[in-house]
Design a protein around this ligand. Sequence first.
Ligand code: SF4
Length: 227
Amino acid sequence: MRSYVREARRRVGPKKARIRPVIERLAEEHADAAIALTFESPLELLVSVMLSAQTTDVNVNRVTATLFQKYKRPEDYLAVPVAELERDIFPTGFYRQKAKALRGTMAMLIADYDGQVPERFEDLLRLPGVARKTANVVSAERGHAVGIVVDTHVRRLSQRLGFTRQEDPVKIERDLVKLVPRADWARFPHLLIWHGRRICDARRPRCEDCPLAVDLCPSSRLPIAAA
Ligand code: SF4
């Protein structure tokens, strides 16, 4: 088994040489890869990403379609009783924690940032309930990625492509930022996420339809002769 893995790594070559062609082929395959959340302002972006924890983007979009009609400014989230906000975000799950985080964040936006979503990553991380992943997504969408978002697809694909051997998202991100050109930090996770959803499924990767098989992916299940 080990020699098989070694052979596969030898076949595709070093990751530093593969990263650009991988990005290029994925960009061609998934030209529409982008964030799936619907938002029209930095505040809506921040709220959508906060609500997206432990649920699907489709579910969040369904909720925010009406939520954003009612809550337009940070003050609006504090003007209603907490139970009403909880009801309004209920379908996204973990509604109590999310309502608490939203209200804490809105209070800080008003007190410290003039009611605006701050640009700096460090400032985003200060907001209650905003962890590194949320801050990463918000920064990347606003055009100044400071890291690489690691979700379940990014983790699986990075491992399959031999870009990391780590399991912990923070360590995976550390490996990826050394490898991926900075200009691609924002789109790289979208490419892996869409590739993971459409082709490189967790249980049944469709290597026969994958543009990375056989020459760029050490985990390809295709016989070498099919390349
Ligand atoms: S070749 Fe197979 S395992 Fe590798 S990225 Fe493509 S679908 Fe996934």
